[in-house]
Design a protein around this ligand. Sequence first.
Ligand SMILES: NC(=O)c1ccc[n+]([C@@H]2O[C@H](COP(=O)([O-])OP(=O)(O)OC[C@H]3O[C@@H](n4cnc5c(N)ncnc54)[C@H](O)[C@@H]3O)[C@@H](O)[C@H]2O)c1
Length: 240
Amino acid sequence: MNIAIIGYGKMGKTIEKIALQRGHHIVMKIDNENKADLTTDNLKKEKVDLAIEFTNPESAYENINKCFEAGVKVVCGSTAWLADWDNAIASLDKNKGTMIYASNFSVGVNIFFAVNKRLAELMDSQWDYEVSMKEIHHTEKLDAPSGTAITLAEGISDKMKRKSGWTKNREATDKVHIKSVRVDSAPGTHKIKYSSSIDEIDIIHKAKSRDGFAQGAIMAAEFLHDKNGLFTMADVLGIG
Ligand SMILES: NC(=O)c1ccc[n+]([C@@H]2O[C@H](COP(=O)([O-])OP(=O)(O)OC[C@H]3O[C@@H](n4cnc5c(N)ncnc54)[C@H](O)[C@@H]3O)[C@@H](O)[C@H]2O)c1
């Protein structure tokens, strides 16, 4: 595929490495200093099939929108931009666009999402257990809690009647409490704990490197090759 990388930072560079290994062509690289080059004309001139967008919360929606307007499919991994989600979907519908957004593209995490939901379902009627979550990331991470932690918390509150949404406030017991920790160069870690006075059940996912996110983003791109519309990583993995 002819791929545009939008956001040539830590993720963009890892995505480039894996895309090239898998035989794709990187025909455009857009970063902060050349962001004015992201135009319909340039996307068409370079025959871009699909853009992989990993920038920041402020830029994601605008970038996605430009791609839809140019008829370019999108894999979006930027986090914390979901206040613009409804606008993005309106643009997708209007332009007959195609996108996969995931707060975390790693295959392991998406399996973990499914395990998390199933465990929450089983614990729904077990009132002796309190659920909580801890996420640990590197100190450069801009958002807290992580997009992955929010997806996990939403998975729990969807399945447990006694929880509605998430909170950073430990006192609000009607919501899933998320504790965020930032430590230098820590790999992304998400731990969910169900604790009673008798015992504890923990499930934990630890990323070892960025390669898992990048590999999942390329898998998502390859999945979209012959598709139109809005999809998720669960569709890519066949666990939807
Ligand atoms: N979904 C996932 O699996 C996943 C995994 C890791 C990181 N992320 C998210 O991806 C995003 C990027 O992470 P990163 O670690 O690569 O960050 P980074 O800071 O290393 O890279 C971001 C890059 O985007 C560039 N940028 C800023 N504004 C831009 C614009 N308007 N157009 C184009 N480029 C622009 C910056 O110059 C920078 O090089 C963050 O939102 C992060 O939370 C998601």
